[in-house]
Design a protein around this ligand. Structure first.
Ligand code: PLP
Length: 357
């Protein structure tokens, strides 16, 4: 039996999208490929509220996160972490030989704008990397406030990991002054994994030209220049099947209406939070609780493993806590194409299994 996924990636994918991946292949140097890639770019620009260039990468989001820190840090990177994915971005920098410092917040809390200001005041950093929505803790950083601080430092490249928020939460890239905003296909976009997308500002691309040893496959300058020169084509063969699905999904998103999509995500989040507060507790401060997933503090000390086994028999899957938060928390993702009714159905079944209702 298929288990409907309420896990924070990969998410549940609608059958019509899966079917789009069975589209017959086209040559990646054909006119059709250029048209496909141009269409995707134009729609993604709308979704990211940006005039900047869009880059696709046949990798998961981690690929573009590594590319951003590697290609755009000339001096030193300031990596702000509010959980596992922020920590990982720092590891990527270090393992690429990039000078980088890690600024960590307590699990469940945010990166405060003051932390960013204090770090940048030193004048040591030329790149900032921030997680928008930390999928391990269910916390969403206050991007608006952080972006106000970033505007005081116009020479610093501003990179945002929006892997588990873009497509479900409004991110006004240009208004926020984000140079590189990164996401993956398998989270709020509601697609299978294997493709990542980012926006890239001209100044980030220009800066990267002066950075040595950017690698090849994930060289943002090579990607940026090639799609300009070759009518939206990529240096190497891209994941065309996922691009067919992405192009189709972007039409579905526009048909739903972006604002409606963001509101649907908020409605699912609010419903799940209310349920969590009634029966357990929220792990995150509610003011900063994620809109795409809820991390539930397991104050009843139920066995999350057993709960998920029982849910599995009924055709649902949720996620245990991430890393050291396993069994202490559990995570319910409500992103992508899931509906409020599907979330209600899941929570009804959890109530029934735990005899909570
Ligand atoms: C899933 C996730 C990642 C990793 O993305 P991949 O597409 O699996 O490489 C990074 N950051 C956040 C916040 C995520 O949720």
């Amino acid at each position: 039996m298929h288990k409907k996924l309420f896990i924070p990636g990969p998410v549940e994918v609608r059958a019509e999208i899966l079917n789009k991946m069975a589209t017959p292949m086209i040559g990646h140097r054909s006119k059709d490929a250029s048209n496909l890639q141009r269409d995707i770019t134009n729609k993604l620009k709308r979704l990211f509220y940006t005039e900047n260039q869009i880059l696709l990468s046949t990798s998961s989001g981690t690929g573009l996160m590594e590319a951003a820190v590697r290609c755009c840090t000339k001096e030193r990177a300031a990596i702000f972490s509010i959980g596992s994915f922020g920590d990982r971005w720092h590891e990527m920098a270090v393992s690429n030989g990039i000078e980088a410092d890690l600024f960590k917040s307590e699990p469940g809390t945010v990166t405060s704008p003051d932390m960013v200001d204090d770090a940048l005041k030193t004048g040591k950093y030329d790149l900032v990397a921030i997680t928008h929505n930390e999928t391990s803790t269910g916390v969403m950083n206050p991007l608006d406030e952080i972006s106000r601080v970033m505007k005081k430092y116009p020479d610093v490249i501003f990179c945002v990991d929006a892997v588990s928020s873009a497509g479900g939460v409004k991110i006004e890239t240009d208004k926020l002054g984000i140079d590189i905003c990164i996401t993956s296909s398998q989270k709020a976009f509601g697609l299978p994994p294997g493709l990542s997308m980012c926006t890239i500002s001209e100044r980030a691309a220009e800066k990267a030209r002066y950075v040595k040893n950017r690698g090849y496959y994930l060289d943002l300058v090579l990607l940026y220049d090639t799609i300009k020169k070759k009518d939206y084509q990529y240096p190497s063969t891209p994941n065309l099947s996922l691009m067919f699905a992405l192009n189709y999904q972007l039409d579905r998103i526009m048909d739903e209406g972006m604002e409606n999509r963001f509101e649907r995500h908020l409605a699912m989040a609010e419903y799940t939070r209310t349920w969590a507060k009634k029966n357990f507790a929220l792990f995150a401060d509610e003011k900063h609780a994620s809109v795409t997933l809820t991390t539930v503090d397991n104050i009843r000390q139920i066995s999350v493993k057993n709960l998920n086994e029982e849910l599995g028999k009924r055709g649902f899957a949720i996620s245990n806590g991430y890393g050291s938060l396993k069994e202490k928390t559990f995570r319910i993702a409500h992103m992508g194409d899931l509906t409020l009714d599907e979330v209600k159905d899941l929570l009804f079944n959890i109530d029934d299994i735990l005899s909570l209702a």
